[in-house]
Design a protein around this ligand. Sequence first.
Ligand code: B16
Ligand code: MG
Length: 221
Amino acid sequence: MKSIRAVIFDLDGVIVSTDEYHFQAWKQLANSLGIPFGRESNDRIRGVSRMESLEIVLEKSGKRYSLEEKREMAERKNTYYRELLKRVSPSEILPGVIEMIKALKDRGVKIAIGSSSKNARAILRAVGLEDEFDVITDGNHVTRSKPDPEVFTIAAMRLGFSPEECLVVEDAEAGVEAGLAAGMSVLAVGAATGHPRATRLAENLSCVTVDELLLVESVCG
Ligand code: B16
Ligand code: MG
């Protein structure tokens, strides 16, 4: 088995708590349409694309909508979301992220972003991390959303490593599945901590040392 030479981080819910802003923006859209949308549906939209998330939100609507109407709704949700993103600052970087990035760089391990979000660069810029990653692969580079492995496969190719040399850090069930389907090890954090097939589990990145991340199975929290 090859050792881990690159770590590919998901963004929303792993690097920054923007997953909460996605929820609030979808909730705002759902309220305007008179559709119930609660926290119990939120885990299902983690990691999946904007249009696929919209389909999940619309499941509880009795109405059928045209593609044009759906595009307008997705655009409106993104406008709500971008408004919420204006408050994002470095203080919203999740626990252990900065320390882990530094520790990985000190080891010479390459780091990448593998996100479904088309807003990934704007978020990384807002928290001051845009220049920290060797590669940023996001929703603008893929044709298929997680749980398809495409975003992680492209990130690994751009980094120049084979899948078994890469470890993915994910907070979404769809993202854990995507990493495993890419043939990579996966550390599941946050909402995905209970995932039965993840390679490793941790409450968040502050619960894992760089040695544990790269070498040893760890459960924490
Ligand atoms: P956008 P990640 C994902 O980001 C979010 O988890 C998911 O909720 C969102 O629908 C998706 O990005 C698309 O985001 O509307 O900004 O393009 O977790 O893969 O970093
Ligand atoms: Mg995520």
